[in-house]
Design a protein around this ligand. Sequence first.
Ligand code: AMP
Ligand code: MN
Ligand code: MN
Ligand code: MN
Length: 283
Amino acid sequence: METLIDLHTHSLHSDGTLAPAELVARAAVRNVRVLALTDHDTTAGLNEARAACAAAGIGFVTGVEVTAGWRGQELHVVGLDVDPQSPALQAHLAAIVALRRARVAAIRVKLLRYKKLADADSALLELESHPVPTRTHVARALAQAGLAESVQDAFDRYLGRGCQGYVAQEWPPLAEAIAAIRAAGGQAVLAHPHRYRLSGGALRNLCAEFRDSGGAALETSLPALSPNDAARLASLAREHQLAGSAGSDFHEPGQPWRPLGRFAKLAEGVEPLLPRLRVTGHE
Ligand code: AMP
Ligand code: MN
Ligand code: MN
Ligand code: MN
């Protein structure tokens, strides 16, 4: 049986829905043998995930998905094999969480202009003290109050770019995200590079700058990647001497398009990042 690895997953400590131990149980059933938990801007779930992986005989890699900015664009940098005790990393994450809370408060003010959204107000107010509030939480609150048909509908009507409830956010720069990950002994991975709204040339510049700032790898293998995008990402990695990482970006069981551990192997000529990572609790 092929060894499945998944180096990009979320739990309820950010915008996933499963507790870390539930995520690990699901990974075990699906035959994942090495798992990283990479919640947005928090390491709060890592202890529980590590213990659950050890109990299940699954290899565990510490992780975090750091929100960053580059030329006005929001980027995600996955830090793998990070030491969660690192003061530099925790200070960096605390600054991002403060921005997230302020952003949710600003979104709430904008949404209050819709009288009919008053029913979601207490849920939105609670999000301002959530450990890591994301727009997905806002969308869930709107859907749960019956004010949107679904999370997607809430984005389409209220939260997406160009909508009334959209609040632009500037995040700490890419180079600082990489530096914080490296200060914690980790490897920085540019997450889902094909999802950014960047031209081919801008994406090349981003990869060059990512590498020059100390980045180690690109995510080149993810679920539902088109053959064209897979080829583009593999050649970007080779061209910029970046290793390749692989992960599902799993958030919740209700999203079958990003299943745990299910994606193509790394392309030929792309050096795997995994051998550079410390895997604990494995054999
Ligand atoms: P945040 O980091 O708070 O901006 O929240 C970003 C999350 O919201 C992403 O991880 C996506 O899952 C989700 N998201 C962003 N834009 C959309 C959209 N237009 N439709 C659906 N989900 C979205
Ligand atoms: Mn997310
Ligand atoms: Mn992401
Ligand atoms: Mn993610």
